[in-house]
Design a protein around this ligand. Sequence first.
Ligand SMILES: Cc1cc2nc3c(=O)[nH]c(=O)nc-3n(C[C@H](O)[C@H](O)[C@H](O)COP(=O)(O)OP(=O)(O)OC[C@H]3O[C@@H](n4cnc5c(N)ncnc54)[C@H](O)[C@@H]3O)c2cc1C
Length: 406
Amino acid sequence: MNLNTPPRQRALVVGLGVSGIASALRLHKAGWDVVVLEKAAERRSGGYFIGLFGTGITAAERLGIELPDRFSADIANYNVDRAGRRRRSLTFTDAIPGQARLVVRGDIEDGAFNALPEDVEIRYSSIPVALRQDADGVEVDVEDRAAATATTERFDLVVGADGLRSTVRRLAFGPDEGRIHRLGYMIAACSLPGPVPGYRVKDGIVLAEQGRSAWVFPFADRPPTVLFNYRTDDVDAEFTRPAIDSLRARFGPEPTGETLGWLLDQFEQAPDHLFDSAEQVRLDTWHQDRVVLVGDAAWCLTLYSGMGASTGMAGADMLGTMLERYPGDVPRALRAWEAKLHPFIEFHQGTGMAMRRLFVPADRTEYRIRSVMSRVTGTTLGRKVLSKRQHRSKAAQMKTVDIALA
Ligand SMILES: Cc1cc2nc3c(=O)[nH]c(=O)nc-3n(C[C@H](O)[C@H](O)[C@H](O)COP(=O)(O)OP(=O)(O)OC[C@H]3O[C@@H](n4cnc5c(N)ncnc54)[C@H](O)[C@@H]3O)c2cc1C
C-alpha cells in the first residue's frame, strides 16, 4: 500500500431511483467507493411521463446518462370534455423554452443505471434500520430482508435518496411531522396500451373539471401515459379502498362519456400503476453532519413543478462537485452544496404550488380562468401568443438553469 495515497472514502446511497443512481454515479466519479441499498427486490421499469428540462438535461449529460427523446413535432394536444368535444391547446414543449425532453421515468433510471460502473455495489431487498454518527463517520445497521440478516457497517457519508417517504430522513432527522405537506390532491398514473380511441397515438388530451382532471401525455414512439388528479379534503380516506374505486367515486356520479370511461378502464386493467397523494417535503436543512438527503427525500417538489427528476440529477451532480472541492471535509462540502442549492429549490417549491392550477382547477374561479385560456389556445394566434409569453416567464426560464454554473 502506498502510504502517501489517502484511503478511498466510502459512501452509502439509499435508494435506486433517479436521485440515488445519479448520486452513486457522481460519487464514484469523484473517487468514492459506493454501496447502494434498494428496498425493492429488483429495479423497477416503465413509469409515467416525465418532462425533462434544461437543468436536468445538462446534469444528465455531465453524469454520462444517455436519454432518448420521445418528442415529435407532430404531437398535438386537445382540451376535451365528457361529451367528446375537443379544442386544440398548447403542447408541452410550446410552454417551455429550450430543448425539453419527453421521456418516461424508466428511461432516466435505465440511462443512469447503464452508466453505473460495475464496482458500484448494489444490494436489493436491503434497508437501513439505524444510523449512528460520530466525528469521523456513520455506523449503519443494514437489514437484508431477502436473506433475513442484519449487519453493521461504517461509511464516511450516507446519502438518503429514498424518496418522499424516506427512511434515512426519519432516522437522521426524526419524525416527519411538520416536514411533509399534503397538497390535498391525489394523483394516479399508468401507461396506456395504445392511443385513446378516436385519437392518434401522438395526440395528448386534457379533460379538466372543477377539482378533477385527466391528462393523456403522448410520445413519438411509444403509447401514451395517463395522469388523473383530484382534490380531496381527506387524503387518508382515499387509501382505504382500491385506487380504481377512489378514482371512479371522484370522477362520478355523472356519466363518464367515452374517453374518460376508457381511461378509467385502462387504469383498472393496467399491470402497474401509481396512486398517491401530492406532498411536498420542506426541511430547513438537508444534511446532518455526514448524512445528506437528495431528491424527493429532501425537497419533493411534486409532479406539479415538473422539476423533481431534473433537480434529483442536478442535486446529485453538484453534491459530487462539492465533495471534490472540499476533499476530506464532508461537513463543509455538504454546507456549501446546500447553500448553493437551497434558493433554487425554494423557487421551484413555490412555483410547484402555483403550477398545480394548470393541472387541475381547484374551484369555480380557477375553472373559469382555465375555460377562458382554453378558448384562447383553441386558435393558432392564441397558441402563438401564449407560447411566447410562457417562454419568457421566470418559471420557465428557471427550468433551464444550469445550477452548477448559477
Ligand atoms: C405522476 C408524476 C409525474 C411527474 N412528472 C415529472 C416531470 O414531468 N418532470 C420531473 O422532473 N419530475 C416529475 N415527477 C417527479 C419525479 O418523478 C420525482 O421527483 C423523481 O422520480 C424522484 O426520484 P427520487 O430518486 O428522488 O425518488 P424515488 O423515485 O421515490 O426513488 C426512491 C427509491 O428509494 C427506494 N427506497 C425507498 N425507501 C427505501 C428504504 N428504506 N431503503 C432502501 N431503498 C428505499 C425506492 O424503492 C425507490 O427505488 C413526476 C412525479 C410523478 C409522481
